[in-house]
Ligand binder design. Sequence first.
Ligand code: HXC
Length: 519
Amino acid sequence: MNSDDKIKHLIDLRVKAKLGGGEKRVEAQHRKGKHTARERISMLLDEGSFEEYDMFVTHRSHEFGLENQTYLSDGVVTGHGTIDGRVVYVYSQDFTVFGGSLSETHAQKICKILDQAMKVGAPVIGINDSGGARIQEGVKSLAGYAEIFERNILASGVIPQLSAIFGPCAGGAVYSPALTDFIIMNDKTSYMFVTGPKVTKTVTGEVISTEALGGAQMHATRSGIAHYVSQNEEEGLLFIRKMLSYMPQNNLEDPPATECQDPIDRMDDELNEVIPDNTNEPYDVKDVIFSIIDKGEFLEIHRDYAKNIVVGFAKFNGMPVGIVANQPNQMAGVLDIDASRKAARFVRFCDCFNIPLVTLVDVPGFLPGSAQEFGGIIIHGAKLMFAYGEATVPKITITLRKSYGGAHDVMSSKQLRGDINYAWPTAEIAVMGPRGAVEILEGKKISEIEDLAEAKKFAAKKEEEYRKMFSNPYEAAKYGYIDDVIEPRNTRFRIIRALQTLATKKEINHPRKHTNIPL
Ligand code: HXC
């Protein structure tokens, strides 16, 4: 072969590799409304930025006649590229090759980019579309999975790891995405479960569809495994790009600040009116969020799960922050098991990656009831408390209205090392709400009043007394638990100034092997 032939051979090999499992299988993939592994990578990355590794890798299996069935790249496309000019590593499973199943070499390719991403300090994005372990390879495939899991674990909190599920993801394969920071699933074309409908029926007798057992909607609303459901793959990949725009490349860097076009002292008079006169009336905390952040641009995470708490990314004066807010228009914004887990995970992510936390509080307490107690609300509530208490990023807390009982302590209170704690004049910071307090303190007396109308009148009077005494921010401010009571319309400016002041904050927890967060 002369050098021209050699170059032609290289080009031919590249063309062959790009065909994956062949035209027919690519067509089948398209018919399902899915893209190929390489198409997905080009949608995800900046144009022309992808550098592929290991295109010429093939499996080494001889079992079941596999030696006659080899495909260049072996069912996964790996490499690096850029998103908004910043380096990211990516792997994208190719369903057209053995159903994207994971062989020994397929696993090695993923491990290689995880290792490099760790050395370079760059995020990793995994696009999953796979029939699981390559059945013909047996335990080598299982070992391959474990190699990936270990790397996901060691990379946790060092580099952001994001997963897209764009097809099957079943059995032990679910655990790599589960170990990453965020999972997005595409609606209708993806599913995740440890055991599928067939095994479920055999073992338990339960008959359930794939979609109901592990579809994107189920994981976004019930299990909380999916942080976002995309309507199509382009949109899902765009969501990943957006998420990354709030994150640093690794735990040693600050999140990327951008120029801000929104005046920092922009006031919003409507905020002064947002809290209803009746303290039990709901309102939408997202109206407050949209009003105070840069240009109303809020990237909500976990939107359909535990709606009684809202979490997501936003910017103040171009500085990325994580926002956590109780949502009074869903179950009165109460903290329950799901909300505690959702917020705890988010707080810990932000703390890992130096993203300051802004917490908006309007919480009537923890949700009472046997379902919550049997489900372990004690330990789940403790997760959120632990996450806030352990976090060393700048923590700014604004109490909008209710902040009662244990939930007050949990929601980034001063004593959990909240750096700057402001309250609106509408804040009610107390051990519990007036009705509960009067029932406990005056219940016996009330029950002894024979006339029902008189009893009600007495209770109302006592509630009013309690409200006057405790349902305000000034009791807490008196002790310095609240640093200042601020006018709602000025909240944006006060948060920005707090963030600027805290930009050089240094707080180091005591050295130890690791914490023992109540799991
Ligand atoms: C090898 C596989 C494969 C696998 C699919 N294929 N899964 N090859 N190992 N695990 C191949 C098929 O033979 C087929 O090859 C092609 O991929 C497409 O598969 P189809 O069945 O035609 O596609 P579809 O109808 O869309 O069904 C997709 C599927 C199904 C639901 C994923 O293929 C399936 O159930 N596969 C087996 C899933 C499974 O049991 N995996 C092992 C799980 S245990 P051709 O040549 O026809 O194109 C596991 C343990 C991991 O993963 C533990 C980690 C700790």
